[in-house]
Ligand binder design. Structure first.
Ligand code: NAD
Length: 324
């Protein structure tokens, strides 16, 4: 049943954007998806899908037409630690993502779009507060004085400010969320841009019982991971509210990367040895601080990490089987 609203999803060919298109369709939206590439792992459910480059301001001006009520700007030039932390892609990360954010917020405000959602990242938080694995500080108000550990984080921080300045000067309603390690099925699982949960699931699925997998670093660095369905519950609740953020959207179930690998092995029913090797790592400890969003929006994750890991492992194991 149509709800009479039109949404534009930028980055609809990507992981979270692909899931968001499905989610909005299930809620009765008319959905336009835009991405530089088609989705790799599924057919889009968007009513209209435009393959195009959001660095082009002319394209951005066109896609916000036809009475779009809500824009979800998720497009970014990004990847996992292997892409973001080596420094080899810094110029592209900053230039490409800044350009498409500049274009989209400007085009949306000009066209009279009611609300725009922007996906920022936990990577905006200062490195100095994430040096210890056990007690990272990631409350929303700890973002300044700013000192992100990557150019990816700096671009996100710049763009947060860009969106809020458009809200201030042009009246468009802005919603900024800082995502913390979103994972799940139907997403990148190989090739270097995949994140830790997908990488662990793939390695475990590819390795026979009794075998060995490689892991970057000592595996004692901590992170939390939020399943994509839960993330979108938060995004939709946020979008329907009068709040602007920025809010953390993540899980506060902190695990070490060793524990993450062990969870994947347990789900697979395999015993595998971990060989620790040199590699890009990022900060030592990171966990989502959900106190503010819980208090102001009433949102918190509802399921344990294991729930999302089981779904992700099963999907990746299927991909590994089909590839082999
Ligand atoms: P993703 O890489 O799967 O999706 C991003 C999409 O943007 C890709 O499909 C890509 O093709 C598209 N894109 C890039 N440049 C483009 C351009 N010039 N024109 C059109 N499309 C372009 O990433 P994702 O995991 O789905 O993340 C979505 C958003 O959430 C991103 O903004 C990301 O920075 C943010 N985020 C994600 C996580 C996470 O853990 N997945 C964490 C923090 C923030």
């Amino acid at each position: 049943m149509s709800n009479g609203k039109k949404a534009l999803v930028c980055g609809a060919g990507g992981f979270i954007g692909g899931h968001l298109v499905k989610r909005l369709k299930s809620e009765g939206y008319w959905v336009r998806g835009v991405d530089i590439k088609m989705h790799e792992f599924c057919e889009t459910e968007a009513d209209d899908f435009i393959q195009g480059d959001l660095r082009d301001p002319v394209l951005c001006g066109k896609i916000v037409q036809d009475g779009i009520n809500e824009v979800y700007q998720l497009a970014a030039d990004m990847g996992g630690a292997g892409f973001v932390f080596t420094g080899e892609h810094d110029a592209d990360i900053m230039h490409n993502s800044a350009m498409l954010n500049l274009n989209m917020v400007h085009a949306s405000a000009k066209a009279g779009v009611e609300k725009i959602f922007y996906s920022s990242s936990a990577c905006i938080y200062p490195e100095r507060n994430q040096m210890e694995p056990d007690n990272p500080v990631l409350s929303e108000d700890s973002a300044y004085p700013a000192a992100p550990d990557s150019e990816y984080g700096w671009e996100k921080l710049f763009s947060e400010r860009l969106y809020f300045s458009f809200q201030k000067n042009y009246g468009i309603k802005v919603k900024v969320a800082r995502f913390h390690n979103i994972f799940g099925e139907v997403g990148t699982w190989e090739g270097g841009r995949e994140k830790a949960p997908a990488a662990m699931c793939r390695k475990v699925a590819e390795t026979p019982d009794g075998g060995e997998i490689e892991m970057w670093g000592d595996g004692k660095q901590t992170r939390s991971f939020l399943h994509v369905a839960e993330c979108l519950d938060g995004v939709r609740k946020f979008m329907d509210s009068d709040l602007a953020g920025p809010y953390n959207i993540g899980s506060d179930e902190m695990v070490t990367i060793n524990q993450l690998a062990e969870m994947a092995m347990d789900i697979a029913g395999k015993k595998i040895t971990i060989k620790h090797i040199e590699g890009p790592l990022g900060v030592r400890g990171r966990n989502s601080d959900n106190r503010l969003i819980q208090k102001e929006l009433g949102w918190a994750p509802s399921k344990p990490l294991r729930y999302g890991m089981e779904r992700t492992y099963n999907w990746i194991a299927e991909q590994v089987k089909n590839a082999g």
